[in-house]
Design a binder for this molecule. Structure first.
Ligand code: 7RM
Length: 649
């Protein structure tokens, strides 16, 4: 094994081939078909992507060239003109889908709204006209700081209709975070709501916008949706109610023809240091990527009811609640609230209520469901489900098996989808009718995606050697730049391994060509010269019946260089020294002496960002006994931090 390799200790041999019945109806229905597509795309990417773009997108003017230029500065479908909303809306209006539900929305308090494709088209046109009336022009940036309500999807699409660039800021961010993003994007207008619902409480949004505007002078106008009735201050000639504006707006608005490379949106993602990175996606490539991956991976059919539980404030919501499903004419469910409000059965009640057939969520949510007990899903009829998905972090095999058994009734394939904000769409994932799955593996690259595992010197590694996960070929939905900072874009993603895209993950590929993500490489520990993936130690911990959730970080250790600190939440009330010893020997048994934990800390919950990523920086600081630094505004539960801090004292 190379010195640079990351040691992989996860052993998992179970395999789940697709059922014949599922394969028979699937868009991609056999392993041979997948292999053929993948090889063709690798050998002739322009032929492959060009054909897909011609056949699956509506063009106002056809493109001249499929791709132009090498990675990182590849342009796609140059010369072509199109509009994303024409692809997501208008093209479904001249056929039976006009009265199909586009969005089924469920509010946290239990109110609902169904927008058929015709309705959505009208609302989008209306708000596009409002934007124009307020002075927003093609290319201008618009901040959306909103709850998970239909107006958020409408506002996104309205921007896309006129070529304005949306920048969605998740509703859990602070006023300062909004100001920073407004300034970076030089946003002209903000769309917000009075407040949003979160576990029965109101989360004031307009007030945060007011505060942010003291520090972000580029913003000229604010549009406010009335959601909860929470009291807000309206500044004359700056602030407008959504309902007043749309009342008089026309329901017709021609889609602006836009260049393939016209910016579609900016989405800020936190960097390891410094200010957030404004990931920029453009029109045609992003649309093609999300359209095809939605169809291939989720096997979307016209009679599906599809639900992705992410917040639209994250890339998963952009790509797989809004753009991908709508481009396919699908019915997409959107839920405003928390999974445990008013009780822990809420998700399963929604599945039953709408007859959800495809369900896409995060491993962190699955581990919460496990902790809450099998009774909650047991009380609902989940027989409508036919396909399950996961995204956001590696799923430990135990959680995978629970998902398969309890939610999927051992009948639904699971697609573990690996991708990033930067990749725009899913990159590595099973195809549910073609791929035999292995719990914990995101399996193989989608057609058109050419990954490699390399050392930090860029040398290719063989089977089962952990290393850096890179992409060797460009793909249409990749980010084009970091807004306003192309040098940072080049530096962040293309300097580490020259000629390749690298965005931070470690992985290994097994003898069947399956990829096993080992987490962020900055999460790799170096314990006495052994490079261990924190994720695999976490996986070993949660395999213990008393462990609900685990987060492992390194801390400076005199003898070993780095020591192993494990934060664990338990399924039982027990924080005894005996249990610590039991967990320590459990990890030794599962992985080996090299992975023996140096510290076990019991915590009420593992601190996570709102998108479900473990807040490792915070935990590292705690493990090392340093003062906490960095931005914790996205902490799901501040009391967790407080609790952990208490224990430290
Ligand atoms: C879609 C999204 C990206 C990071 C990525 C990984 C981790 C995402 C998986 C995963 C293992 C997966 N975008 N990640 N999906 N790790 N298996 N299926 O999450 O930009 O917010 O995060 O998330 O580390 O680099 S993101």
């Amino acid at each position: 094994m190379s010195d640079d390799a990351i040691q992989s200790v996860l052993q998992e041999n179970r395999q789940f081939p697709p059922s014949e019945a599922f394969s028979a109806d699937a868009h991609i229905s056999s392993d041979e078909q997948y292999q053929e597509m993948w090889q063709r795309a690798k050998d002739d990417p322009d032929g492959f992507w060009g054909e897909l773009a011609r056949e699956n997108l509506d063009w106002i003017e056809p493109f001249d060239q499929v791709s132009e230029g090498d990675m990182p500065d590849t342009k796609w479908f140059t010369g072509g003109k199109l509009n994303v909303t024409q692809n997501c809306l208008d093209r479904h209006l001249d056929n039976w889908r006009k009265n199909k539900a586009a969005i089924i929305w469920e509010g946290e308090p239990g109110d609902t709204r169904v927008l058929r494709y015709q309705d959505l088209h009208r609302e989008v046109c209306r708000f596009a006209n409002v934007l124009k009336q307020l002075g927003v022009e093609t290319g201008d940036r618009v901040t959306l700081y909103m709850p998970m309500i239909p107006e958020l999807a409408i506002a996104m699409l309205a921007c896309a209709r006129i070529g304005a660039v949306h920048s969605i800021i998740f509703g859990g961010f602070s006023a300062d975070a909004v100001a920073e993003r407004n300034n970076d994007a030089q946003a002209k207008l903000v769309v917000t709501a009075d407040a949003g619902w979160r576990r029965g409480k109101e989360l004031p949004l307009k007030a945060a916008v007011d505060k942010s505007l003291e520090k972000s002078p580029s913003v000229e106008k604010v549009v406010v949706v009335r959601r909860t009735g929470y009291e807000v201050e309206m500044v004359p000639d700056r602030d407008y109610w959504w309902h007043d504006l749309v009342e008089t707006a026309s329901t017709e608005c021609e889609a602006t023809p836009l260049d393939s490379e016209h910016p579609l949106f900016i989405l800020y993602t936190s960097g390891s240091t410094g200010k957030p990175k404004g990931v920029l996606h453009t029109t045609a490539g992003y649309l093609l990527g999300t359209t095809m991956t939605s169809r291939w991976v989720f096997d979307l059919k016209d009679d599906d009811t599809y639900w992705c539980t992410a917040d639209i404030g994250w890339i998963t919501g952009h790509s797989y609640i809004v753009y991908g499903p709508l481009a396919n004419g699908a019915t997409t469910v959107m839920y405003e609230g928390a999974p445990n409000w008013p009780d822990e059965g809420r998700f399963w009640q929604i599945v039953e209520k709408y007859g959800v057939s495809i369900f896409y969520t995060a491993p962190t949510a699955i581990r919460a469901f496990i902790k809450w007990g099998d009774d909650w899903p047991g009380q609902a009829d989940l027989s409508s489900l036919r396909l399950l998905g996961t995204v956001g972090e590696p799923i430990n095999p135990e959680a995978w098996m629970w998902y398969h058994r309890v939610i999927g009734g051992e009948r639904c394939p699971i697609v573990d989808t690996w991708w990033q904000t930067e990749t725009g769409g899913i990159m590595i994932s099973p195809l549910p009718g073609a791929t035999a799955t292995k719990p914990g593996s995101c399996t193989r690259p989608l057609p058109g995606i050419v990954p490699e595992i390399v050392t930090k010197d860029g040398q290719s590694l063989g089977d089962n050697q952990g290393g850096l996960l890179v992409m060797k070929q460009p793909w249409p939905s990749m980010l084009r730049t970091l807004y306003g900072d192309h040098d940072r874009f080049l530096e962040t993603y293309f300097s580490e391994i020259p000629g390749c895209y690298f965005a931070g993950d470690g992985a290994r590929r097994d003898e069947d060509g399956y990829y096993w993500i080992m987490g962020r490489v900055d999460d790799v520990l170096n314990v006495a010269g052994h490079r261990l993936s924190t994720m695999e130690i976490e996986s070993a911990l949660v395999a213990h019946p008393k462990v609900a959730e685990a987060a492992v970080v390194g801390f400076p250790h005199d003898l070993k260089g780095e020591g192993i600190c494990c934060f664990v939440t338990m399924t039982v009330e027990d924080d005894s020294e005996e249990l610590k010893a039991e967990l320590t020997s459990h990890v030794r048994e599962q992985i080996g002496a090299i992975a023996t934990p140096d510290q076990i800390r019991f915590a009420a919950a593992v601190p996570k960002t709102r998108s479900g990523k473990i807040m490792r920086r915070l935990l590292r600081d705690i493990a090392a006994g340093r003062e906490q630094i960095g931005d914790t505004t996205t902490l799901e539960d501040y009391t967790v931090l407080a609790k952990l801090r208490e224990e430290e004292e």
